[in-house]
Design a binder for this molecule. Structure first.
Ligand code: SF4
Ligand code: SF4
Length: 317
């Protein structure tokens, strides 16, 4: 596309616009993504640490060659939006990110608004591909390359001033947006709080996760019934798990807090497994409308609730 000569001030103007839209941070990088990230991804598949998430086995080529998603790809804009909140009365049975509106729709809408703004700032709208978990991209790698954040030992991207309770999105553009930023320092040093806090040993070593032991995967991704071991691993959690983020120093009093779009739903804060086993489909749809939990359906949520009750030695009616 024909655009005026890009300059670093364009990156600054786009970042300002991203903040105005509610993004906690934005970064710019150019392809290729680098072989180290794809090799780590291949190792995860080889060792079957992705469990039964077969969708991760597809799109390997696009992960290595993102230009397959957008011909003439010149810039990846990495975006992060905080959902960090500590609502009073929250019993921690549902993960933070699932107490609120489904982030896919929120981030996509804001990314579309940002794309419009980029078009105005640059003089013409670039061709673009917006991804919010919707295309095979190595988003943490892009986030690191653009100095948006650095991956911690808990395998999550840690964004300065915002921490790790962030949703990520990317804008792939056929337009150059030059910006030189030095890589961020290692956020962990000798800390290993997250490894020690994981209740199931899913963090095999710093930066290496076995999804098959991860409560987030078991309660939110696994489609079949639990084995006895899997059921016991979820402990008291109905959906998701924040244990490897709760005490991370980067998540204590971050300067940037949740976007107002992620206001927690009052009714979900104290939800107990007994209520889930007692509810019908229409109540399930009403209670979880617009949240990530709707996606797993009542059958799987009941499976999780039965396991929680068994783990706590309570009767299952
Ligand atoms: S989400 Fe929970 S189970 Fe998964 S790695 Fe983190 S602490 Fe462990
Ligand atoms: S808890 Fe410590 S080791 Fe884990 S991600 Fe945070 S800073 Fe890094």
């Amino acid at each position: 596309m024909n655009t005026p000569e890009p300059s670093p001030s364009l990156a600054r103007a786009i970042r300002r616009e991203a903040r105005r839209l509610g993004f906690s941070a934005a970064g710019f990088s150019a392809p290729p993504p680098g072989g180290r990230a794809t090799e780590r991804f291949r190792a995860m598949l080889r060792e079957e640490r992705h469990g039964e998430m077969a969708y991760l086995e597809t799109g390997l080529e696009a992960r290595e060659r993102p230009e397959l998603l957008l011909p003439e790809l010149k810039t990846v804009v990495s975006l992060a939006m905080s959902y960090h909140q500590d609502p009073p009365g929250w019993n921690r049975r549902i993960s933070r990110y699932a107490l609120t509106a489904d982030y896919h729709a929120v981030l996509r809408r804001k990314a579309e608004e940002l794309l419009e703004a980029i078009g105005e700032l640059a003089g013409s709208r670039p061709n673009a591909c917006i991804t919010v978990d919707s295309a095979p991209v190595l988003e943490k790698e892009w986030g690191e390359r653009s100095a948006l954040g650095r991956t911690g030992k808990n395998t999550l991207l840690i964004v300065p001033s915002a921490g790790s309770y962030v949703f990520l999105a990317e804008l792939l553009l056929d337009m150059e947006i030059p910006e030189e930023r030095p890589p961020l320092p290692n956020p962990c040093g000798s800390c290993r709080i997250c490894l020690d806090a994981c209740p199931t040993g899913a963090l095999l070593e710093p930066g290496k996760l076995d999804a098959r032991r991860c409560i987030s995967y078991l309660t939110g991704e696994l489609k079949r019934e639990f084995t006895t071991e899997e059921a016991s691993m979820i402990g008291g959690r109905l959906f998701g798990c924040d244990a490897c983020q709760e005490r991370c120093p980067h998540n204590q009093r971050p300067l940037i807090k949740a976007d107002p779009a992620f206001e927690p739903r009052e009714e979900l804060l104290g939800l107990e497994p007994e209520r889930i086993l007692g509810m019908g489909r229409s109540e399930f749809r009403r209670l979880f409308a617009g949240t990530p939990i709707l996606r797993i359906g009542l059958r799987r949520l009941r499976r999780n609730a039965r396991a929680v009750l068994a783990n706590e030695g309570k009767p299952i009616d």
